[in-house]
Design a protein around this ligand. Structure first.
Ligand SMILES: *Cc1c(COP(=O)(O)O)cnc(C)c1O
Length: 427
């Protein structure tokens, strides 16, 4: 057994499945998960010392790459003055001001520690604000693991081919309505029939948990108009896309002002920080001002805030997003050029938005959960393992988007493209 295998065997003794989040177990692609011992820039090293170019980036947060000096400096400096107070700190004021400056839709914001907390809290707030119970979400979108959202959720669950979780009360799930992504007619029908019962519509405005799926313009416009017309709260779950697809997130790209926005991943720069915020009249319903309860011992943790601030400052530098977007697009273009050399049952396709990309084992770009389900999963698994052998670490599932960081350089991208060519030739 190599070191990864030894560690995975040992991990299963006292950790269910050997992992603290299911998709890490390589259940969908098979084989032994890599245990990492070091990350630097675009690279990670596993327990056996093998080096990989990392396109997962801790599932999105590491937009600057691993161990960025500015983030490390901010976190170490802050740690010297204490880890946590459970009382307000100046850093929280600074990051709240910055977030509200960066996102015009955000008048007020509250910090939490995970994306799951952000979406769960935003939904409770929307229900408290509207006095309604029904929630609308879309097939293939993942919004964390709160009960009311584990209704045909995507990501890890898709990977296990299990449309919902045990342990979620039927009564809770009954208030969640799941519609197909990009289906304007279904949305119109639903709002016509039940619009006055709907508290909130939550969406991944660019979906990244059923691989990368882009919304149509008509879908984006319909979500905004229908929620507005019926007095429902539009929640943009930008936990993945926030500061990943652009400085103003998906909402900036779409020209949409959502009522509430959820942030996570990049906003914490690799530490547990997330946030939800938006219209002041809605946020004013939160305790201690209003009747909607929400709290957290470690909310606004000083180290997480410091990592987040340092990350947001780096990505706000002139040219940062232009460079990241161009590099990620060049990568996707390169993948498509390689894909064009292969017959449709042996090919790949790709697309990029900002620093996020999708690679599909299918000849065309998917527009829905069904399209993604129809991609060749067995071929993806073979592709994934062959790339791993080549020293390229992609997400271990056909249903996950990938991420390029500022630390990836042209040589890394060229190497990855050459590896892709070799792998497709040999598959
Ligand atoms: C990752 C993710 C979440 C959940 O965030 P956690 O920090 O893992 O709880 C919610 N929504 C979206 C869109 C995500 O990508």
């Amino acid at each position: 057994m190599n070191r990864n295998e030894q560690l995975f065997a040992a991990a299963q003794q006292h950790i269910p499945g050997g992992v603290n989040s299911p998709v890490r177990a390589f259940g969908s692609v098979g084989g032994t998960p890599r245990f990492f011992k070091k990350g630097e820039g675009a690279y990670v090293w596993d327990a056996d010392g093998k080096k990989y170019i990392d396109y997962v980036g801790s599932w999105g947060p590491l937009i600057l790459g691993h161990a960025h000096p500015a983030v490390i400096e901010a976190v170490t400096r802050t740690a010297q003055n204490g880890m946590s107070f459970g009382a307000p700190t100046e850093g929280e004021v600074e990051i709240a001001d910055l977030l509200c400056q960066m996102l015009p839709s955000m008048q007020q914001v509250r910090l939490v520690s995970s994306g799951t907390e952000a979406t769960m809290s935003a939904i409770r707030l929307a229900r408290g604000f509207t006095g309604r119970d029904k929630l609308v979400k879309f097939e293939g979108c993942y919004h964390g693991h709160a009960d009311s959202l584990l209704v045909k959720a995507g990501s890890g669950l898709l990977t296990f081919g299990n449309p919902s979780s045990a342990g979620v009360p039927a009564a809770v799930a009954a208030d969640t309505i799941v519609l197909p992504y990009n289906d304007v007619a279904a949305l119109e029908t639903l709002f016509a029939e039940q619009g006055d019962k709907i508290a909130a519509l939550i969406v991944e405005p660019i979906a990244g948990n059923m691989n990368l799926v882009q919304p149509s313009k008509a879908f984006v416009a319909a979500m905004r108009k229908l929620t507005q017309d019926h007095g429902a709260v539009l929640i943009y779950d930008e936990v993945m896309t926030g500061f990943r697809v652009g400085l103003q997130c998906s909402q900036g790209l779409h020209g949409i002002t959502p009522d509430l926005t959820c942030l996570g991943k990049v906003v914490g720069g690799g530490l547990p920080l997330a946030a939800f915020g938006g219209r002041a009249d809605i946020m004013g319903k939160l305790a201690p001002l209003g009747p909607v309860y929400q709290a957290g011992t470690l909310s606004g943790n000083p180290l997480a805030v410091a990592a987040g601030m340092a990350t947001l400052q780096e990505i706000s530098k002139p040219g940062f997003f232009e460079a990241l977007t161009a590099k990620t697009k060049a990568f996707a273009d390169g993948l498509n050029a390689i894909g064009a050399q292969f017959p449709s049952d042996k090919t790949i396709s790709a697309q990029a938005v900002g620093g996020m990309f999708g690679i599909y084992c299918s000849p065309s770009i998917p527009h829905s959960y069904n399209d993604v389900m129809n991609s060749d999963r067995a071929r993806f698994n073979a592709f994934f393992h062959a790339m791993l052998e080549e020293g390229v670490y992609l997400a271990p599932s056909a249903f996950e988007a990938g991420f390029v960081s500022a630390a990836h350089d042209d040589i890394d991208i060229q190497y990855t493209l050459h590896a892709t060519q070799r792998v497709l030739q040999n598959l």
